[in-house]
Design a protein around this ligand. Sequence first.
Ligand SMILES: Nc1nc2c(c(=O)[nH]1)N[C@H]1C(S)=C(S)[C@@H](COP(=O)(O)O)O[C@H]1N2
Ligand SMILES: [Mo]
Length: 202
Amino acid sequence: MNPEPGSADTPDGSRQEPRLPPGQVLTDKWPVLHHGSMPKVDLARWDLRVDGLVADPVRWTWEEFHALPRVQVRSDIHCVTRWSRYDNLWEGVAAAEALRRAGIKPEARFAIVHAEQGFTANLPLAALLEPDVLLADTHDGRPLAPEHGWPLRLVVPRRYFWKSAKWVRRIELATADRPGFWEQNGYHNDADPWREERFSDW
Ligand SMILES: Nc1nc2c(c(=O)[nH]1)N[C@H]1C(S)=C(S)[C@@H](COP(=O)(O)O)O[C@H]1N2
Ligand SMILES: [Mo]
């Protein structure tokens, strides 16, 4: 534990001061949090789809997905349950790269990210296109652990971690926003940790 606020270089080169968002506590551990049971995933049957408001809906097998250009991003995790974990090294495919290959239609404004067992998370399309948003399969140089989303999870560093869907299988683009699982269960639709958008006010 090192509770000293440091500084982070954001991907656009600007500096975020302080580095720890309000109401968060720094930890070195990586807690496991999700609703329901952990899915059993068979890689031979696994696929990732991008559909909805795209020109060419795509479906990648695990092998095909691994042939896409890969990037590494170092980013901080901020969980709404108040823990933050700095300097996570993620590797995978930029969400923007995956979406670009499907051809984003101009009328697309929102994304619904679908995971195993019906879990969903919603984001503005623009948030998903940020260069630090990854479809990640490795963390700190190792394959993702099953409980952290293996084989593939979304990582959205600028939102609370519940938007970072584990065991992701499909990204659907739409004109209208559609609240996801946690967003329907009391969490804030926008989830910006710097504004402490933790819970919705209804
Ligand atoms: N598929 C799925 N992904 C999910 C969740 C879930 O319930 N199902 N919970 C979210 C929540 S609330 C958090 S805090 C993070 C936790 O990720 P971790 O277990 O890797 O720390 O996963 C997010 N992704
Ligand atoms: Mo969470």
